[in-house]
Design a protein around this ligand. Structure first.
Ligand code: CDP
Ligand code: MG
Length: 143
């Protein structure tokens, strides 16, 4: 990394959802982010409460699919993680692919491994504000 790249390095929050653990895809997903050059800063297995998932997905509470999303996200362990690198937020979103696995491009995590729009393996922050909020929500004072 050059000096300038270090200066613009940012952090993003990535969560491997229960299907990633159930299907044994943790290593595959983590390896893709590592091979891209992103640095793993924190990684923790957690079981999410309904309260935490409602705060994380606050913008989706009340949508018709929220019940399904809540049971999916709370049915097993997840892996919460923080990744760092220049442009990390946008880069991880690209590596993850479109929300619906059926629409996601081949070569992306969802495009290669997910079929549907709910069970899509991974969450990634979509903006600097979301990254700050999500890192604080899952890792407390970690910056
Ligand atoms: O995860 P992403 O940012 O791509 O999508 P989102 O619009 O923020 O939605 C969050 C999550 O809700 C998705 O990743 C899906 O697991 C779920 N979802 C769903 O079950 N049905 C939808 N129509 C949209 C999203
Ligand atoms: Mg989102």
């Amino acid at each position: 990394m050059t000096q300038n790249e270090r200066e613009v390095a940012e952090k993003t929050f990535v969560m491997l959802k229960p299907d990633a653990l159930e299907r044994g895809l943790v290593g595959e997903i983590v390896a893709r982010l590592e091979r891209k050059g992103l640095k793993l800063e924190r990684l923790e297995t957690k079981r999410l409460s309904k309260e935490l998932i409602a705060r994380h997905y606050a913008h989706l509470v009340g949508r018709d699919f929220y019940g399904e999303l809540e049971s999916y996200a709370t049915r097993g362990d997840v892996i919460a993680s923080i990744w760092r690198g220049p442009g990390a937020i946008a880069i991880v979103r690209k590596l993850v692919g479109a929300t619906d696995g059926a629409e996601a491009e081949p070569g992306t995590i969802r495009g290669d491994f997910a079929l549907g729009g709910t069970e899509n393996l991974v969450h990634a922050s979509d903006s600097p504000e979301a990254a700050r909020r999500e890192i604080a929500l899952f890792f407390g004072d970690a910056r």
